[in-house]
Write a protein that binds this ligand. Structure first.
Ligand SMILES: Cc1ncc(COP(=O)(O)O)c(C=O)c1O
Length: 394
């Protein structure tokens, strides 16, 4: 029996790898989970009632691209948040969470070759792992571009050789970034759009952390590209209710972009996709339309940022991020640090290297740990962060 070569070099997924690293050792104290980015704040309580009210619609196949009402609610949200008007019929579609969209859009839109050569797909390094799998699935070369302290924790795509940029078909960019919490400025997005125009590639903007920030809403790729008068086909944006509304289990996100690109994604998903069940689409529609719970959620994250800032005051390179809910903390060796922390304190964090790839002998995540500030218990958060500081930073 044969297996495909193209995935043979994929590292083991981060969480089984972490279990292998830690689980043969006993925790050194109260177990505090800070590994997975699964929000634990409450989701709006009325969501369950909306699902119940529409339960009979579990008896129907759901529309692939989302109901007209859901697409309208998502387009209204984009208009409120970014001041850009999208046609809900042609420029936006519901997704079963952004992860499948980030994958399927590459399958739908990455050409087989560019200028007669293997396409390149650019991804920040470290990165959300689906970007690399999408690239490999379409026979493209994933190009891992360091997003380190030296580059403001965002990739410097413009520094790539023109030979790579000329065969680039897609550049993924996550802002606010997982894991570093960096936010792409308007200038960053404008420069990236200009680079994409010069070398004729698409940008896939993964913005699922856009609603979790300190004071200023992170600028959106769409508002910048629209203000520049860019071709709408140049950019796809991906958004989700997972972080904004603490509904990772609802599996509700969307992709928006140019009508031709969206038509291609719709068509592919009509054949192979798993649309969101109708009662959940009804709930998602209501959740996109409501901002009060989003503001309350953000207020809880502000309190967490304050706790992190206080705990790490004076510790070089540490403290809360600009946005998102991860801390990306410098240590000597991320794996060693995660193991020591677990054995000495019971706090579980993710080694940075599990989110990044080694290129030319360098792994930009190796000397970091990622700490997810997801617990809904502030005392527990404080204890966890203090353990990290006292065990690893002193
Ligand atoms: C950077 C990033 N993009 C996309 C996703 C996918 O989220 P979902 O599929 O729940 O929308 C996640 C989830 O953790 C993420 O961290």
């Amino acid at each position: 029996m044969s297996f495909p070569e193209r995935f043979s070099k994929l590292p083991e997924y981060a969480f089984p790898r972490l279990r292998r690293l830690l689980d043969s050792h006993a925790p050194g104290g109260e177990v505090i989970q800070m590994t997975i980015g699964e929000p634990r704040h409450a989701f709006p309580p009325w969501v369950a009632q909306v699902v119940a009210d529409h339960a009979s619609e579990f008896g129907k196949y759901p529309p692939n691209e989302g109901t007209p009402e859901l697409r309208q609610a998502m387009a209204d949200w984009v208009a409120r948040r970014y001041g850009v008007t999208l046609d809900p019929d042609t420029q936006i579609m519901g997704l079963n969470g952004t992860r499948e969209g980030l994958f399927n859009a590459a399958v739908a839109l990455c050409p087989e070759a560019k200028t007669g050569r293997t396409p390149a797909v650019l991804t920040p390094n470290p990165f959300y792992q689906v970007y690399a799998v999408a690239a490999l699935s379409v026979g493209a070369e994933p190009v891992y571009v360091p997003a380190t302290a030296e580059t403001g924790f965002l990739p410097d795509y413009a520094a790539l050789p023109p030979e790579v940029l000329d065969r680039t078909t897609i550049a993924y960019l996550c802002s606010p970034a997982n894991p570093q919490g960096a936010v792409a400025s308007r200038e960053y997005w404008a420069d990236l759009v200009a680079l994409a125009e010069k070398h004729d590639f698409r940008i896939f903007a993964d913005e699922c952390y856009s609603e979790i920030y300190r004071d200023t809403p992170p600028p959106g790729a769409l508002e910048v590209a629209t203000a520049r008068g860019a071709d709408p086909e140049r950019l796809l944006i991906f958004h989700s209710l997972s972080k904004r509304s603490n509904l990772p289990g609802l599996r509700a996100g969307f992709v928006a972009g140019g009508p031709r690109s969206i038509a291609a994604v719709k068509q592919l998903r009509a054949y192979s996709g798993a649309p969101v069940p109708l009662p959940l689409q009804r709930a998602a529609e209501m959740v996109w339309a409501e901002e009060v719970h989003v503001e309350q959620n953000r207020a809880l994250y502000h309190r967490k940022y304050d706790i992190a800032d206080r705990v790490f005051a004076g510790v070089e390179g540490c403290g809360a991020p600009q946005a998102g809910f991860f801390l990306w903390l410098p240590v000597a060796d991320g794996e060693e640090a995660a193991l020591t922390l677990w054995r000495e304190t019971g706090v579980r964090v993710l080694p940075g290297a599990y989110l990044s790839r080694e290129v030319d002998g360098e792994n930009p995540g190796r000397s970091y740990i990622r700490v997810a500030m997801i617990t809904d218990n502030e005392d527990e958060l404080q204890r966890g962060l203090e353990s990290i500081r006292d065990c690893l930073m002193s």
